[in-house]
Design a protein around this ligand. Sequence first.
Ligand code: DGL
Length: 272
Amino acid sequence: MSSSNAIGVFDSGLGGLSAVKEFLHILPNEKIIYFGDTGRVPYGTRSRDTIRKYAFQDADFLMTHNVKMIVAACGTVSSVAGDALEEKLSVPYTGVVNPTAYTAVRTTKNGRIGVIGTAATVGSHSYKLRLQKLNPGVEVFEQACPLFVSLVENGVIHRDDQITRLVVRRYMADLKDNGVDTVILGCTHFPLLRDAISDYMGEGVTLVDSGFETANYAAKVLREQGLLNSDPSLKAPEFFVSDTPEGFESVAGLFLGRNMEHTVTQIDIEQY
Ligand code: DGL
């Protein structure tokens, strides 16, 4: 395995870009290959078997690019297929649950942590189990927020948008009433709604971004394994999706702050 190989990152759609954004910032020498399974999003409402099948296909596609590490920048995949992926892959792997839980237990002051994610993630209790393993004293309040994924995929993410605000209030009210001081954005789509969630929860509540934490953890793993790329030449990230690139290009471009027109390639994920 060569340190000049790319890092492969995948998600069901746009969400994993919250990790890519951080990778581009902290590891500017690295080449990133991203796959967003836009033809089959959302994953979070599907069965365990389906999510596993999709996750394996996504990882197999990235492996055709000889990546040196695979990052499942997806709370749902990490929660229900993470162990199976780790076992199968011949390169280092990380999901989002462990690095994010680790930061959350160190962040909370009152020991009350909220977890928001997809139905599959919350149903697996992956974050709760991890948090309570790290610190059995914390109280964890979980909330599934499936509509957040649709808001993000459709670009309805602005903090002043009436629909965004209503959905945020609907999902976050119980966590607010329960007095959490830390909220895990346990689905990588959710950091794109960070402003609206933060406006509602207020300044005293810290939001822990699973994409950000995971990119930082992946950087640590690569460093420890001597796999960081020291060649400073510019390497443009490559983006692949499984449905038409247009909608993805505009929302991704907004989020990453770059013009992504005609930079995203559509592939047939069913062949992997
Ligand atoms: N971004 C994903 C996650 O972190 C999946 C959202 C979905 O496809 O339902 O859970």
